[in-house]
Design a protein around this ligand. Structure first.
Ligand SMILES: [Zn+2]
Length: 496
């Protein structure tokens, strides 16, 4: 993802074509447009929410000015405290990692009168006299820029090497007023921690609007009260997961998680993304009642002594989605081989994992059904023994594909010679062999083998099979973590 680097190159290219600023240009300087910069887009939607308008483009000049006035009011209220450690100083504290050295938190504020601080903050985002405009285009939207801006106003960092860099002798990033003001509104569309800020972005406009509007409602409480006890404490990935699961419509594009810090000493910007199918699956599984039961099991599957399930799941989703299945399969194994298997939970989690296969891995239904019926026949073989030894061996062989292949071949021969009563066809069909073992980028065989195990465990559970000696694995099925319980309860309440 390309974020602004503050190079101001577009601006430089247009040097020489001075802007005359007729009155139409002045109106243009209060008209929001959406640009290609994710943080500007989040800010623009935050402005729309502050002005109670549907989309950024809907803001009339008076709506735009009203939103700026609200933000100035919050900034002034915070700045007049002059102490970010004050009991109501959270908005001021946050400003240090958003707009360092700005009129909101400038060192000199301690010596300035209240009126002087007010005046400086009001001027900060007011429309500058066109005579002072630099005569170049805004790097984000191409309209006349009103000034060059550095990290006092814009999260500039793309990476450490780009940190706050602007060409030598250049004052910063050329921006028009609406784009500049969008960055002023960015904190309202972000979850603020007092240090790094967390924002969710997508090119799905409806989703972005919903996610930002929701966030603005929460940030406004902080802006108005400055009360740090009202700040949200969700882990960054969970912020994004929650925004997806609370969204009522289909997510039509990928979702980005942006974590930024504009603090003078340590600016940073991190971006993590997940693809549209996974985003939509994470959302959709909060809608269907059966998948929702499976989701609760999915949280249990991810919980560790250190992390609640929702945290580990959200991290896997953004960093390594394949681990979602791996964690779930291990947990299914524990459930099925435990002393008192919860068969409903096994069925619910298996159904959820099949939906992961078709919705996220885009596996076709016919191939999935081939794997499931193969798994059903293998489960029948394994269920003949109550000790669980065969199941243990089968699971070990799954990690070693030549061993698994040879086991399936030899059992397949016995099956063909003496087919179990009521069975039809071979133990493993040719198609199933291809899915489980064929190399090639278009055939994720490892994934199909994991699915095979899901199917075997599901069928053993359905057959009422129980290992005589109980679980053979560390960690049984503990109580749901308090944070996971809260996540699920909040979702249920949200739906009412
Ligand atoms: Zn612009």
């Amino acid at each position: 993802m390309e974020l602004g680097t503050g190079s101001g190159e577009c601006g430089r290219l247009r040097l020489g074509s001075r802007v005359s600023a007729p009155s139409a240009d002045l109106v243009e300087q209060s008209r929001l447009v959406l640009t290609a910069h994710p943080l500007q887009r989040i800010g623009a939607y935050a402005l729309a929410a502050l002005a109670d308008r549907n989309r950024p483009e809907d803001l009339a000049p008076e709506d735009f000015n009203d939103a700026v006035e609200q933000m100035d009011r919050h900034a002034i209220q915070a700045a007049l405290l002059r102490d970010s450690k004050a009991a109501t100083g959270f908005w001021l504290k946050s400003s240090l990692s958003l707009f360092p050295n700005s009129p909101m938190n400038h060192n000199s504020n301690g010596r300035r009168s209240d009126d002087a601080i007010r005046e400086r903050i009001r001027t900060w985002h007011a429309l500058a006299d066109p005579a002072t405009w630099p005569g170049v285009g805004c790097v984000l939207c191409g309209r006349p820029a009103v000034d060059f801006f550095g990290n006092r106003d814009v999260v500039l960092a793309e990476s450490v090497s780009y940190r706050n860099t602007t060409p030598r002798g250049h004052a910063g990033m050329a921006l028009c007023r609406p784009c500049h003001v969008s960055f002023y509104a960015l904190p309202y569309g972000s979850q603020l921690t007092g240090g790094s800020s967390i924002a969710v972005h997508s090119w799905d406009e409806r989703f972005l609007k919903r996610a930002v509007t929701r966030q603005v409602d929460r940030s406004l409480r902080l802006a108005e009260t400055g009360d740090p006890s009202r700040r949200q404490t969700d882990v960054r990935e969970v912020v994004a997961l929650t925004s997806m699961r609370r969204y009522g419509e289909r997510i039509t594009d990928g979702v980005d998680l942006l974590v930024y810090n504009n603090f003078n000493g340590k600016p940073s910007l991190e971006a993590h993304s997940l693809e549209q199918p996974l985003a939509e699956w994470l959302r959709m599984t909060s809608r269907d009642p059966e998948l929702r039961r499976g989701f609760t099991a999915l949280l249990r599957a991810h919980a560790t002594k250190i992390d609640p399930g929702v945290v580990a799941l959200a991290r896997n989703a953004f960093r390594d989605p394949a681990r979602i299945l791996a964690r779930s399969v291990r947990y299914l194994g524990r459930l099925v081989t435990g002393t008192a298997p919860d068969r409903e939970r096994v069925a619910a989690l298996a159904a959820l994992l099949y939906s992961f296969a078709t919705e996220v891995m885009l596996m076709n239904e016919k191939d999935l059904s081939e794997i499931r019926s193969t798994a059903g026949r293998i489960a029948r073989l394994l269920s003949e023994e109550a000790s669980g030894g065969k199941l243990r061996k089968f699971r070990a062989d799954l990690k070693d594909s030549p061993k698994l292949r040879s086991w399936l071949t030899s059992r397949g021969v016995q099956w063909a010679v003496k087919p179990p009563k009521g069975s039809e066809g071979p133990l493993v069909t040719e198609r199933a062999f291809t899915l489980l073992f064929a190399p090639g980028a278009d055939n994720p065989a490892w994934f199909h083998r994991d699915l095979l195990l899901v199917g075997v465990l599901e069928e053993l559970s359905r057959l009422g099979w129980q290992a005589k000696e109980g679980t053979d694995e560390e960690g049984g099925d503990e109580e749901l973590d308090a944070l996971d319980q809260k996540f699920i309860t909040d979702e249920a309440e949200d739906d009412q």
